[in-house]
Structure formats: C-alpha cells, structure tokens
Ligand binder design. Sequence first.
Ligand SMILES: C[S@@+](CC[C@H](N)C(=O)[O-])C[C@H]1O[C@@H](n2cnc3c(N)ncnc32)[C@H](O)[C@@H]1O
Length: 276
Amino acid sequence: MVVARLRAAGCVFAEDEAALLREAAGPGARAEVALEGLVARRVAGEPLEHLLGWVAFAGRRWSVGPGVFVPRRRTELMVRAALALARPAGPLLAQPTAPVTVVDLCCGCGAVGGAVALGLRAQGAHMVLHAADVAVAATDHARRNLEALGGRVHTGDLFDALPAHLRGGVDVLLCNAPYVPTDAIATMPPEARDHEPAVALDGGGDGLDVVRRVVAGAREWLAPGGSLLFEVGTGQVDAATRLVGSHGLRPRVVTDDDPDADDATGGTVVVATSAD
Ligand SMILES: C[S@@+](CC[C@H](N)C(=O)[O-])C[C@H]1O[C@@H](n2cnc3c(N)ncnc32)[C@H](O)[C@@H]1O
C-alpha cells in the first residue's frame, strides 16, 4: 500500500523509500500514525531526506532537514578532488606534521567539509575544520554534523563569517555555492524549487554571482599553494576558469562524467590554486 502510493506519486525507488520511511517512523504504538504522516508529506513532494532527517553522502549519514539544501551525489567529486590534494604525493602533505586548514564556505548542512575532514584523517593528516553559511537553518545542521568531528561552524555572509586568524592560512577552501541561473530555477524538479531555499539555489543571471564574490575573496584567505574548489554546471566552465585566472589563481577542471566509471556522478569542479 505504501509502496503503491509512493510509486503513483512518481518515486522511482518506491520500495527503498518505503523501508526508509518505516525506519524513520520508528517502533511502537504510534508508528503507523507517524508513517502515514511521512508518506503524505512525501507524496506531496517533500524531499525524502527532509523527512528522514538525514542524507547519505560520501558513505555516511549527515543530519539535514526542512529549509536546508540536500547535498547532491555529484558533489562527492569535490570531496575526492580535495582529498587528492592531500595524498602522500600531493601538495598538502609535504609537511605531514603541520595541520591542514579546511574551510567549507556555503556549507549547508556541512556534509562536504565533514567528508573531507574524515578523509584527511583517514589519510593520516592533522586538520582544522571551519564551516560557514548565511542560513541559520543550515548552520544548525552543520553544527550537529561537524562539532563531533572537532569542526567550528559560523553563521554569516561568505568570508565575513570566518575568524580573522584564518586569513592567508586556508589550505583547502571548499565552496559549493548556489550556481543555478535565476531563470533556470523554474525548470528544476519541484523537490528542489519548492522545498529548498532560493538562497541555496539562485546564482543570479548567469548563475555565477556568488561564485564571483568567492573567487574575488579567495586569494586573501588561501595559504600559499592552497586551493579553492567550487562546483559549476558544464555551461559555466569557460566563464569560471576565466574568472579564476583573472584573480591570479591557476584553474584546473575536474570532471567525472565517464559513463563507464562506477563512481561517476556527472559533477564538474573547478580547482583554483594560489601560487606557492
Ligand atoms: C548549493 S547549496 C550547497 C550547500 C552545501 N555546500 C552542499 O553542497 O550540500 C549553497 C549554500 O550556500 C549558502 N549561501 C548562499 N549565499 C551565501 C552567502 N552569501 N554567504 C554564505 N552562504 C551562502 C546557502 O544558504 C546554501 O546552504
């Protein structure tokens, strides 16, 4: 019955969603009432992750909820690109005893920064993690996700939210900013356009308004040899790389749209590296 209702509402993985909603409804006498409430909201179009209270990202569950952007699988590419910078042969572990400073700007629920922090630790790096977002709903979830990992979370506009002592010392500046052109928001799936806040999606006329501000400020915050990583759509790559070059950073584009690769997500990440 639940599966049929979800399928009729257009949920492609109706069996999986039904099992997850049952898990979220919990055990006990009120489980059926709770399940009915969750199914009704899902059928009305709320993102599954907002109902569950968590999102699966980079192999782990992260707290997320209504009013907060749901991290996308394609953004796992940004995590992999950041960790590649810290491989033993990569630039960040040249001094293995010095902590790597990671900032997740426009952090949303903080899953990207958290996944990079866990990956760096697994690679044996010492690291310091800061995350920031303008939306209080987002930083509430980011605190839940990141404080247990030793991360510090700040609320405010882009770099203004960060502690001043980080200026000139950031090794990895992650920033999955909003990059959807304003006119394209109407074409997004209802789950996104009706249930994720405009501030998380709307990147202005060409989608790059927030990215432009981040790139303009990045050089001042990056450590020598540090890198800014941001996601773009395929049609924005040329404008983004020109922008990076015009601010004295070296651009490199990372994609994983190889249809034969198991972990292909279709993402595109620009890595902008400051001079040593
Ligand atoms: C596309 S969402 C990405 C969230 C997160 N990085 C992720 O990938 O799940 C963009 C985020 O940028 C935040 N944001 C938008 N404008 C901002 C600004 N001026 N300063 C800080 N955060 C901002 C939004 O609140 C939203 O959480």
